[in-house]
Ligand binder design. Structure first.
Ligand code: DP6
Length: 355
């Protein structure tokens, strides 16, 4: 017998960044983080999983049309597979309640995964987040996994990629760093659903869709090893910032949300530059976008109306409330759009709205 399941998962953008691990095997972070889930069809992963007793060649995975040739040495993927198999439930006939496949047998089924992203991989749009979140969703469905406690699936996704823990929920999501060595308290929780702040929007500005030069995983290892600023940030800045960010979101206080978001992005990139040798994710265009956002905000008498954030790549995500979308998009396109002087690379590829 073959069982199949398909899931989709969105990407997310951190407004308090995860950077640095205390355990690289389980992806346990040195600080908590908070993100906004980007609910847009062209920014997601879609994953289909088929499992069966008699699949030849064991477990197999195809990512964006290409088979993973060395799956056995992909520790993250293997970790997700075994965490899911461990928790497999019985396959039960819904009408009669009869057990069709007992969990002990289901665990032995081989896994075939086909996964596709709707956006450029490794361009700094955190595709590993939607990728692992989606894998965990699809596998947990097909293996009949029920969470033993809230957020258990986010722990499994986290071991695949840290930021993936936050992509299992919509809206505003925090990932508590936890303190335990086994990671059981390092889980994600929804802070507020999307509908809480219905006029919040995000503009995705693709400065470059080239593959990033330093992976998050490698960058974090170097930063933890060499940056004094990173340690200071994790211990002395992030705890209060998490609290302030949660309060800003609860109160829908856009100026507070905007300042915290921009300061956090800036500090994350400062820790990258403080890494030795330094890591530079932002390009000249990224810095020009930042300057434009500050110029727009300086004209406003009621505090910032838009906020940038940059992940481990040059692309900008700009948060703003609906009333300001037209004006800000126009300014961005004037400076960086197809007809501008800086148009050598693609820019403002898409506009996404929340929800
Ligand atoms: C800058 O989650 O990609 O986007 O855990 O090694 O897979 P791994 O790293 P990853 O790092 C994301 C870093 C970030 C900030 C964030 O999303 O919080």
């Amino acid at each position: 017998e073959v069982l199949v399941s398909t899931a989709s998962a969105p990407t997310n953008i951190a407004v308090v960044k995860y950077w640095g691990k205390r355990d690289t095997k389980l992806n346990l972070p040195i600080n908590s983080s908070l993100s906004v889930t980007l609910h847009q069809e062209d920014l997601q992963t879609i994953t289909s999983v088929a499992i069966g007793k008699d699949f030849e060649g064991g477990d197999r995975v195809w990512l964006n049309g290409k088979e993973e040739t060395d799956l056995a040495s992909n520790k993250r993927m293997q970790g997700v597979f075994s965490a899911i198999r461990e928790r497999a439930g019985d396959v039960v006939d819904e009408a009669s309640g009869e057990v069709l496949v007992p969990s002990a047998e289901l665990k032995t089924y081989k896994i075939h995964v086909v996964s596709r992203n709707s956006f450029p991989t490794a361009a700094g749009l955190a595709s590993s987040a939607s990728g692992y979140a989606c894998l965990v969703k699809a596998l947990s469905q097909v293996f009949r996994v029920k969470e033993a406690h809230e957020g258990e699936l986010t722990e499994i996704a986290r071991a695949g990629s840290g930021s993936a823990s936050r992509s299992l929920y919509g809206g505003y999501v925090k990932w508590e760093m936890g303190t335990r060595d086994d990671g059981v308290d390092s889980r994600a929780y929804q802070v507020k659903p999307e509908e809480h702040w219905p006029n919040m929007h995000a503009l995705i500005c693709v400065v470059s869709d080239h593959k990033k030069t330093t992976s998050s995983t490698g960058g974090m290892i170097d930063s933890v090893r060499t940056s004094e600023l990173l340690k200071f940030r994790a211990e002395n800045v992030v705890p209060a910032r998490m609290k302030a960010m949660e309060e800003a979101i609860a109160a829908k206080d856009f100026p507070a949300f905007a300042e915290l978001t921009m300061r956090d992005s800036n500090q994350f990139h400062a820790t990258c530059l403080d890494t030795y040798p330094p890591i530079a994710y932002m390009t000249d265009t990224s810095h020009n976008v930042s300057r434009l956002v500050h110029a727009i905000n300086n004209e406003s008498s009621s505090g910032p109306i838009c906020a940038y954030t940059f992940d481990a790549g040059p692309n900008a995500v700009i948060f703003l409330e609906e009333d300001h979308v037209e004006k800000v998009l126009k300014a961005l396109l004037a400076d960086f759009g197809p007809d501008s002087a800086e148009s050598s690379e693609p820019f403002v590829r898409g506009q996404t709205t929340l929800p």
